[in-house]
Design a protein around this ligand. Structure first.
Ligand code: CTP
Length: 412
């Protein structure tokens, strides 16, 4: 039997390797089988860095975690409904421990019901063969690979394959996961698996906002966003979720946006990437509204939509006019608009953004009070008017700004 102990030793830090040995020893002491499972085993075999430690215990994983904490310190957090525990060791290493379990799904896209069981049943509930390998940690079998579902063969064939034909129906988030692993590893999705994903694609509509957002965000934070979007398009996911396909023009918009986008919150990051889809369609805003869950996303959608409207008829706006229309718009909305290929107003918007960022106010509310203005809405009106005039290069100094507002006041 091949042992992967030398590979573990080579790939992991010495302290983590020692910790895995300790887990195996404590398993023996408690007469429990203990295994390293999931993504870390896959990545170990691929030589990819990964130190996310997932451990399955054939027995009570939470009691095992409690004992580890008593013996070695650190902190344990329990997640009782899933029978899982997270142990953060005294040195800060995070280890997720679970009792081997089976899951049954009461309805498509719902969260599963969980029961204790053995390693094989635990692995059988997982998504793809390449994620079902385990490495035993008990001393007499330390480093032994357990591969009930031929994950290693699929790694060699470079393919993503489900374990059973209901996998995507049980959990439609797996469609996104299949795409994510396929593009990350440059694997194909095996033919039968692809067909099952296609057949289940309507079910993504049943996912909760939170689960859907989480998957979309994970797709958008990997390096190969464009191939993932293409693959999801071929699976008809965009048609299902947004109502439009991902076109060649959308692809160019997305590429530009991925290069130029500023650092965004997670919510806005994935949402803005999706917003290229159907961008030139009349129903773009209303179609994307279905996926705008947060205030930030809604605001982005409204602002980009307004920009599309302003420029619909090829209007040539000056910097001042532009400022009075979108001084409160977020920079990302403006930049997203400008990232569309062949957008005639891209240069204008980009240079407006630069100018707006460099604008140093010449007057403050205090100045206006000293000039005899009564505080009220007139203040923001006057300050905006000064900013617009500055962008038009009509005024450059504080003195000119003062004359500007006095003149405006006199004109009423
Ligand atoms: N899993 C699953 N179905 C899901 C999510 C997860 O079967 N919808 C299983 C997979 O077998 C996976 C394990 O739970 O290996 C842990 O999930 P996660 O940490 O998301 O997977 P990783 O494989 O570690 O993914 P990544 O490399 O992206 O961290």
């Amino acid at each position: 039997m091949t042992t992967y102990a030398p590979l573990l030793k080579k790939a992991l830090s010495p302290s983590l390797f020692a910790l895995l040995q300790i887990l195996g020893q404590r398993g023996d002491a408690q007469k429990l089988n203990v295994f390293l499972v999931g993504g870390i085993v896959r990545d170990l075999l691929l030589g990819r860095p990964n130190e996310d430690i997932d451990v399955v215990v054939e027995g009570d994983g939470t009691a095992f975690a409690k004992e580890l904490q008593m013996l070695f310190g650190g902190k344990v957090t329990f997640h009782p409904s899933f029978g899982t525990a997270t142990w953060i060791t005294a040195k800060g290493q995070k280890i997720d421990l679970v009792s081997a379990r089976t899951e049954s799904y009461k309805a498509p896209a719902a969260l599963p019901t969980v029961e204790k069981s053995n390693l094989r049943a635990d692995l059988a509930r997982r998504d793809f063969t390449i994620n079902t390998m385990a490495i035993q940690l008990n001393p007499s079998s330390f480093g032994q690979l357990i591969d009930y579902f031929h994950g290693k063969a699929d790694l060699e064939k470079k393919q993503i394959r489900v374990l059973h034909h209901l996998s995507f129906i049980d959990d439609p988030t797996r469609i996104f996961r299949a795409v994510r692993f396929a593009t990350r590893l440059m694997y194909k999705i095996e033919a039968a698996t692809w067909k099952l994903a296609q057949e289940a694609c309507e079910l993504v509509k049943l996912l909760s906002n939170e689960r859907l957002a989480n998957e979309l965000q994970l797709i958008c934070s990997e390096p190969h966003v464009v191939p993932s979007f293409q693959m999801l398009d071929a699976l008809k996911i965009w048609k299902t979720l947004i109502g439009f396909p991902f076109t060649v023009n959308n692809e160019a918009h997305l590429k530009n946006w991925l290069e130029k986008r500023p650092i965004l919150s997670k919510d806005l990051d994935w949402f803005s990437c999706l917003a290229v889809i159907g961008y030139t369609e009349e129903a773009w805003e209303s179609s994307l509204q279905k996926l705008a869950f947060t205030h930030q996303q809604k605001r982005f959608l409204t602002e980009v939509s307004r920009l599309k409207d302003y420029f619909k008829h090829e209007r040539n706006l000056s910097y001042g006019e532009l400022h009075s229309l979108c001084r409160l718009f977020k920079e990302e909305s403006l930049q997203f608009f400008a990232a569309k290929p062949f957008e005639q107003h891209a240069a204008l918007i980009e240079s407006y953004v630069k100018k707006r960022n460099n604008l140093v106010p010449l007057l403050t509310g205090e100045d206006l009070k000293l000039l005899g203005f009564e505080p009220g809405p007139i203040f923001s009106e006057m300050l905006l008017s000064v900013e617009c005039a500055m962008l038009e290069k009509m005024i450059q100094t504080k003195e000119e700004a003062i004359n500007w507002v006095i003149h405006k006041k006199q004109k009423g």
